[in-house]
Design a protein around this ligand. Structure first.
Ligand SMILES: C[S@@+](CC[C@H](N)C(=O)[O-])C[C@H]1O[C@@H](n2cnc3c(N)ncnc32)[C@H](O)[C@@H]1O
Ligand code: SF4
Ligand code: SF4
Length: 362
């Protein structure tokens, strides 16, 4: 966590305590298209007719985010580097002094792109390499990469590191890669990766998505091991392998002073975060890209976007189910992910499907 992360986190705390709702972070799906079909990907369930979006519109999206007060833009997709305009969009965002986090599977990056990124990005920008199964002697079942593709990704990762570009490697643990996450972590550290994190798997798209959910008891042990190992090597491991609070087997220190006054779900979506889809539609977050959560369009007047965002925030932050209200993990958990809850049950008044405590919350 750098100075800018701390600044944004503190700003959110202050705004939340004062009831201020305004976008500070945004994700922008520059393209829905991708060169891979990862088994864990929430975006695989999207069907999109091809639409050629003009560069000028992409720039307008970024400019409007800036005018809305956004400080940080996560460029996501699909695969951002499949988009012909990606470098122009990055350049435009940097000309507006926005902090960028660029998510990529790392396959389409070239030497030329790396040189360009070195020139244009600053020390607060991040390239997030998504690496789930890249060990040469293991079969790649999550991202379906050939050995040749794995080598390309590894090579690109090495080049970024050697150019001193700020890289964070992200892993999404599932049943498909859980048995070699430690090996993967060690290999990444050997390669010179300085920042490793993980995103807990969000099983979007219905119950079938649960088929690849990992063993969270095993992940708690892996998390503890990697935490110690990374520290011993001076590497920053930001956690996440253990899963979301509601599902993990890590012992959490319960802090009563954090006890939540609010009886509503706590989540950044449509409070401090906004998501823009490739066509300029606005949603609370990537997991809520659904008609029911449409805030409006990036072409709407700024005031209208802010008003509609507040209305959406009211709609999302429903009163929590009684099981969450009496749960001692609520201050840490916030009551689960509204995007996933709606995706699974078609209502927000449910307990997060990942929660292993919902039948015996204390
Ligand atoms: C949707 S991808 C888009 C950017 C790029 N294609 C990539 O793979 O990094 C962004 C990130 O979301 C992660 N992701 C995809 N599906 C997920 C899910 N169901 N739960 C948690 N993270 C997921 C990916 O592993 C990746 O790190
Ligand atoms: S590369 Fe990224 S967007 Fe493409 S399928 Fe994999 S996780 Fe999804
Ligand atoms: S019962 Fe609710 S608050 Fe408690 S861990 Fe589960 S989802 Fe979170």
């Amino acid at each position: 966590m750098d100075k800018l992360d701390v600044f944004i986190r503190n700003l959110k705390k202050i705004f939340r305590s004062k009831g201020i709702i305004t976008p500070l972070t945004a994700s922008y799906e520059i393209t829905p298209f991708c060169n891979l079909m990862c088994k864990h990907c929430y975006n695989r369930y999207k069907s999109t007719n091809h639409l050629d979006i003009e560069l000028s519109y992409k720039k307008q999206i970024v400019s409007t985010l800036k005018q809305l007060g956004v400080l940080e833009v996560v460029l996501c997709g699909g695969e951002p580097f499949i988009d012909k305009d990606i470098l122009n969009v990055i350049e435009h965002a940097k000309s507006l002094d926005l902090r960028l986090i660029i998510l990529t599977n790392g396959l389409l990056i070239t030497e030329e792109i790396i040189v360009y990124l070195k020139k244009i990005l600053d020390k607060y920008d991040i390239i997030q390499f998504s690496i789930d199964d890249i060990i040469d002697d293991e079969e790649s079942t999550q991202r379906n990469l050939t050995l040749e593709e794995k080598l390309i990704v590894l090579n690109n990762l090495k080049k970024l590191i050697s150019m001193d570009i700020n890289v964070v490697v992200n892993i999404v643990p599932t049943i498909l890669n859980q048995h070699y996450i430690i090996k993967l972590g060690k290999k990444l550290i050997e390669l010179g990766v300085k920042n490793i994190g993980a995103t807990p798997y969000v099983p979007m798209g219905g119950k079938n998505a649960d088929l690849i959910k990992p063993d969270y008891k095993l992940l708690a042990d892996i998390h503890k091991y990697l935490d110690v190992y990374a520290k011993s090597k001076g590497i920053n491991y930001s956690g996440g392998i253990e899963g979301h609070v509601c599902q993990s087997y890590v012992e959490y220190r319960k802090n009563n002073s954090l006890q939540q006054q609010n009886k509503r779900r706590v989540c950044d979506a449509a409070e401090f975060n906004i998501h823009v889809s490739y066509n300029g539609n606005l949603y609370p977050c990537v997991f809520m890209e659904k008609d029911e959560f449409l805030i409006g369009s990036i072409s709407d007047p700024l005031e209208k976007i802010k008003i509609e965002m507040k209305k959406m925030n009211e709609k999302i932050k429903v009163e929590l189910p009684s099981v969450c209200l009496s749960c001692e993990l609520l201050p840490l958990c916030g009551g689960g992910c509204p995007g996933l809850i709606f995706d699974r049950y078609g209502t927000l008044q449910e307990v997060d499907p990942r929660c292993r405590r919902k039948n015996n919350a204390t």
